[in-house]
Ligand binder design. Structure first.
Ligand code: SF4
Length: 403
């Protein structure tokens, strides 16, 4: 029996995104009942999971994993809390995990400890006999929610008619978007990208047209375009809340890159002032940030790159080096722990995990594993019909371009 393949999207608010921010740096897992007090929306879960302590959850998850064995592949994104990440068979950023999902054809169930768009991608790329499970259906992504499919469909229609046809523009969507948006890109000559390969997909797009629509993260789009030498005055932002995105047809024709007005609430917390403060504290610091940060923060940093790039740079750095990092706190804490011979710290003094990733509490993981042991598939993620076919086209283009 399978439950919960659909979810109603109520965009995640900025308030919810900061619900788990802590000034005391304490990100210890509490019982689900206690964490429910944070004020974010959670998926309902049977009452017996609410009061289980982290230790009880730990023992039950370990035993469920043993019983289920190879039937289940557990994928863990780098931004997952440690109490969930430690169970991952395979870990990575969204690009690496999407590749791993497309390569593994053995496990019957893929339990994706990440967020909704990642589980959708795994479903699109996995085999027809495999089922992808997201432990908590409320684990969305505030950035992905900023590009609702009706708004993107409307914008695409407006843009192609103002510009004189689809051949005038190629849509690129960041992995962090719903399957509907990936499908629009697939059927409109576009492609998916991640922060590891955005520049390659821009090159791919410019071989096919003179213009790009980049969804939904304006910062990754802008940072990539500027890095490729596209002048600032040829980059504009499409505001989905005003007619024609707020532009005249002439301005649209002049633009080479049109950025959707979306952002990551976690990465836009990092500022040039934080970079300067870290330099004042440690004159030899290496500042490394994610390209979802603003352009000003990226300009102030020494290095910019994807989550996997950050992991590689810090892990391979010489002992004694100092790293100020601008990315999600669970990853920064893990890097600090795994590199005791280096000084590793988060640029932001306030500890703010990605509140949507954080919704994968160990109690939810246990709930879906208990379900599988009882023959019940809870929270299956299924991308249906033509949407899956079109989204797969755009994802395959990315995998072909990026290898
Ligand atoms: S870190 Fe930002 S982009 Fe990534 S899942 Fe969280 S809100 Fe979305």
């Amino acid at each position: 029996m399978t439950t919960g393949s659909q979810r109603i999207v109520i965009p995640i608010t900025e308030l919810e995104q900061s619900a788990f921010c802590r000034t005391d740096g304490n990100l210890r897992t509490l019982t689900l009942e206690e964490e429910f007090k944070s004020g974010v929306r959670w998926q309902k879960v049977p009452i017996r999971y609410l009061k289980m302590t982290p230790e009880e959850l730990n023992a039950s998850i370990a035993s469920a994993r043993e019983t289920l064995g190879d039937q289940v592949l557990l994928l863990g994104h780098h931004y997952q809390r440690e109490d969930v990440f430690k169970y991952a068979d395979l870990s990575g950023d969204s690009y690496k995990l999407s590749r791993l999902a497309s390569e593994n054809k053995e496990a019957e169930f893929i339990v994706f400890c990440g967020v909704h768009f990642m589980a959708e991608t795994a479903d699109v790329l996995s085999g027809p006999e495999q089922t992808v499970i997201l432990p908590n259906m409320a684990a969305g992504c505030s950035m992905a929610d900023m590009a609702q499919s009706e708004d993107v469909e409307d914008a695409w229609e407006d843009l192609t008619s103002a510009l004189g046809g689809q051949e005038e523009i190629v849509p690129i969507t960041y992995m962090n978007s719903a399957a509907d948006i990936k499908a629009l890109c697939g059927r409109s000559g576009g492609i998916v990208c991640t922060s590891s390969n955005a520049d390659l997909t821009f090159e791919w797009a410019f071989e096919r047209s003179k213009r790009v629509l980049f969804l939904p993260d304006q910062h990754l789009g802008r940072n990539t375009a500027l890095k490729m030498g596209i002048p600032e005055d040829e980059i504009i932002v499409w505001n989905p809340f005003v007619p024609m995105g707020g532009h005249t047809p002439e301005a649209l024709r002049r633009a080479r890159v049109i950025l959707w007005q979306g952002h990551c609430s976690v990465h836009t917390r990092f500022t040039p002032a934080q970079v300067q403060e870290s330099r004042a504290r440690y004159p030899d610091v290496n500042v490394i940030v994610h390209p979802e940060c603003t352009r000003e923060t990226v300009d102030a940093a020494n290095y910019v790159g994807s989550t996997e790039y950050i992991v590689k740079m810090v892990s391979e750095a010489p002992a004694g080096s100092i790293w100020g990092i601008g990315t999600e706190i669970n990853l920064v804490n893990r890097l600090a722990k795994e590199n005791p011979d280096k000084t590793v710290f988060c640029l932001d003094p306030v500890v703010c995990p990605c509140a949507t990733m954080y919704r994968i509490h160990p109690a939810y993981l246990l709930w879906v594993l208990d379900g599988l042991m009882a023959g019940l598939v809870i929270n299956a993620i299924k991308v249906e019909g033509q949407t899956a076919i079109d989204a797969r086209v755009a994802l395959r283009r990315m995998l072909d371009v990026a290898g």
